[in-house]
Design a protein around this ligand. Structure first.
Ligand code: FNR
Length: 345
């Protein structure tokens, strides 16, 4: 494959995909200010390496919430993988298994979680709480039975973000032959995003499962502190890849504030705009244990199925090794914050 970075994958995917599906993957809310800001914010940060450290080659292996991973990159939960590849989420999971990374399986998957689990990948399950708590509980039980190791509750979605590319294409239903395989009726329109959920519901969830609960979509340090107080096992600093509230700040800019509020009590993850090994180094320096990638996975899947996703991950892996080495750092847990220098003036 003549593809040298994640941007190349996006370019080939754009050529290959039905424009309606490309827009679904690429787009964000309204003016897509946050979509662009996520990547731009990484670009604005500089890395100041240390020299002559004699630290040797970096070791990328780590344990995240008790699960081993070959590198500090997870696959973020994204819906509807069969729009990108006929085998959908199972194909993505094969790449996760081959690469030794954790996949967060989306509730709005076009392949059932039990089938995704046959890949052998380490799975976490992403959940949108449903007002019918009995139904929510049944989804939790399915995720547990399928062997998922954590629940990732997306908390940034009390309503659906306003996506005008979706409006222009009137893309609100899956094509014939595809459905949301984890839902009782398979119909995405039956999913309820509700502004009624509160911390009480997180407590309820803690009471019905022994799986670690990860809260995804936190940008305010006070909410990160509340997450810890309410028993979250980890927090994902995320603005949903700019797909919910437009003009939310870029995630990397919020990370140091959140790290200061959480003070190491739980691991922090970050997603949004991670496209380069240097982006990962910046997130680690600012206090993340690992990052997650959303769109680049869809580009890899569109271009070449599991092989494409595997290639995306191996490019990031090589870039991360190179960037850490050039920074004079070998230990993922010891990336100093001072390595990152924000723009002056
Ligand atoms: C998403 N994301 C998402 N998040 C979630 O919690 N549940 C979901 O069903 C989806 N679906 C989804 C679909 C598509 C096409 C995209 C691009 C994203 C958000 C995702 O988990 C993650 O937060 C962002 O994608 C991270 O940003 P990047 O890496 O795409 O910039």
């Amino acid at each position: 494959m003549n593809l040298f970075n994640l941007r190349d994958f996006q370019d080939v995917a754009r050529e290959k995909l039905d424009p309606v599906y490309y827009d679904y993957f690429a787009s964000g809310a309204q003016d897509e200010i946050t979509v662009q800001a996520n990547e731009a914010a990484f670009r604005r940060l500089s890395l100041v390496p240390r020299v002559l450290r004699g630290v040797g080659e970096p070791d990328l292996g780590l344990t995240v919430l008790g699960q081993e991973a070959s590198m500090p990159v997870l696959l973020a939960p994204t819906a509807f993988h069969r729009l990108a590849h006929p085998a959908g989420e199972l194909e993505t999971a094969r790449a996760a298994a081959a690469s030794g990374v954790i996949m967060v399986a989306a509730m709005l998957s076009t392949v059932a979680v039990e089938e995704v689990a046959t890949s052998g990948a380490t799975l976490w399950f992403q959940l949108y709480l449903q007002p019918d708590l009995g139904y929510t509980e049944s989804l939790v039980r399915r995720a547990e039975a399928a062997g998922c190791k954590a629940l990732v509750v997306t908390v940034d979605s009390p309503a659906l973000g306003r996506n005008e590319r979706k409006d222009r294409h009137d893309f609100y239903d899956l094509p014939p032959g595809m459905s949301c395989a984890n839902l009782r009726d398979g119909d995405v329109r039956q999913v309820v995003l509700s502004p009624d959920f509160s911390w009480k519901d997180i407590e309820w969830l803690r009471g019905i499962t022994s799986l670690p609960i990860v809260l995804k979509g936190i940008l305010h340090p006070a909410d990160a502190a509340l997450a810890v107080e309410h028993g979250a096992a980890a927090v994902i600093v995320s603005n949903h890849g700019g797909r919910q509230l437009d003009t939310m700040p870029p995630t990397i800019d919020r990370l140091p504030l959140i790290a200061d509020a959480v003070r190491g009590q739980v691991p922090l993850l970050l997603d949004g705009g991670v496209r380069r090994g240097t982006d990962i180094v910046k997130a680690l320096a600012y206090g993340a244990q690992a990052v997650a990638i959303g769109r680049p996975v869809m580009w890899g899947l569109s271009v070449a199925g599991a092989e494409g996703v595997t290639k995306v991950l191996s490019l990031l892996r090589a870039e991360l090794v190179n960037a850490l080495t050039l920074c004079g750092v070998a230990d993922l847990r010891a990336v100093p914050r001072e390595l990152v220098v924000p723009p002056t003036g």
